[in-house]
Design a protein around this ligand. Sequence first.
Ligand SMILES: Cc1cc2nc3c(=O)[nH]c(=O)nc-3n(C[C@H](O)[C@H](O)[C@H](O)COP(=O)(O)OP(=O)(O)OC[C@H]3O[C@@H](n4cnc5c(N)ncnc54)[C@H](O)[C@@H]3O)c2cc1C
Ligand code: SF4
Length: 510
Amino acid sequence: MKTLRLILGDQLNENHSWFQTVDDNIIYIMAEMRQETDYVKHHIQKVVAFFISMRNFSEILTSKGHQCIYLKISDDTNPQDLKAIIKRHLKATGSQKFEYQLPDEYRLDQQLKQICEELNCDYEIADTEHFYTTRFELKNFFSGKKQLIMESFYRMMRKKHHILTTGDQPEGGKWNYDHSNRKKWKGQPIIPEIKKFERNVSAVIEEIKNSGAKTFGHIEPNDFNWPCSRKESLSVLSYFCENLLMHFGDYQDALHTEEKFLFHSRLSFAMNSKMIAPKEVVDSVIAHYRNNTDSIQISQVEGFVRQILGWREYMRGMYWKEMPLYANHNKLNNSNSLPNFFWTGKTKMNCLHHAIDQSLNEAYAHHIQRLMITGNFALLNMTDPKEVDEWYLGIYIDAIEWVEITNTRGMSQFADGGLVATKPYVSSANYINKMSNYCSSCHYSHTKKLGDKACPFNALYWNFLDEKRQYFSSNNRMAMMMSLLNKKPSEELKALKERANEIISNPDQF
Ligand SMILES: Cc1cc2nc3c(=O)[nH]c(=O)nc-3n(C[C@H](O)[C@H](O)[C@H](O)COP(=O)(O)OP(=O)(O)OC[C@H]3O[C@@H](n4cnc5c(N)ncnc54)[C@H](O)[C@@H]3O)c2cc1C
Ligand code: SF4
């Protein structure tokens, strides 16, 4: 009996049990589809990275003796739609059974369930064998609990997987070294250049353009450095361990005009496409640490492990616990439009100019740029979370809904009312100046609250707290800020609100 097995673009796991034996009765199908390029407008680098990685994966399968049908976006016979592709190839290959791996996106999960109901053949669903947790492990862990705090989930994960633990206790004496992760980068230590790959991606760019798929953002065909195979992903992982890990934790929250990547790993695309597994990333980092305890401190390693074992698994679990309702949350009732400068980078606000320009040029911004620069401004601007989501989902190389929406709608925009974050991540210029050098070369003054040269973040911050006063009145973590707000003289608050309204009514002028 012949079986048709579907491999989605973010299921490039060479170590999956599916691929461990070669069977002539199994035919794999992979397809570049307009369905996937068009559900939101994507950065050109994101589409290129997915297509090259998928093509490399299909070549590896074929070289190992597997039968793999691959449809390129440019193929005349490509129906560009998942349902049509599955139906056509079941018939063409004479397959009597269809198999797929659990998709990580709700949208595709629903679509595949629907397709299977309509098929006249057996079907079977396999796990992706990628994450530490199953889809509903977090839901079960938090069952009956009022608060869904990441830290308690993370500690459970550390203990369960025996990661940086001694018995039931944390290695080094502390579960979390978050407080050691807040250094400002001032030119030292030197940041090594990113790992580069020699290739030219002009042909793929041309195929994407000719297909009619709409993209945005910049790409350098001769300087495209995202890992697009398992081998390249592993080399980025080794590069991180050897060159960046030793300072990762210290400068995790730092921001700088000249350094786009600082000590960040740039591994998110490699992991989200499943070319490498979170377990092998964590294991490699810890093994490297064990061999270099004289030069690497536990705080650097724990800071990194927390992101993957903690935040990444937590976000996935929250996604499956809360979808599909999560995609419509707007608990703060925000409805303003996303400023146009998010699509151009043209703004006098230096921090936003740098974070957005970099995102348009690299399809990448690190966590604090996403959270405390663009996300912070979008929330202070009281932007419709749907528009914010679409921007993040389109622009970043690693954006797949399960990890994008929980970070954007949840952590960054507080649209879920505090399921993911216990307080909104908003700040005035004070925090941005503390963590970056953006303010020193800005048109605006970070210390001024009023007047033409006053940093827009300052007025927007107090206006936001005042506008959402009722909503946050019962939030303990906001108590100090609310008490400062209550102490503001009414004339000062009135002037701040007037300035904030000027900004919100025409953000592109600022
Ligand atoms: C508004 C917003 C949107 C985001 N959207 C995405 C997204 O679409 N896809 C995505 O993978 N990450 C997203 N993140 C999380 C984080 O910003 C990126 O994972 C990180 O910047 C990727 O770069 P890196 O690989 O160099 O990360 P590093 O700083 O080197 O961290 C290592 C790894 O930890 C994981 N990680 C770190 N923080 C998080 C987090 N908050 N949630 C989940 N995993 C995390 C990632 O897999 C990352 O590769 C978002 C964060 C915010 C605030
Ligand atoms: S002064 Fe304000 S707008 Fe300018 S960089 Fe600092 S925080 Fe950003």
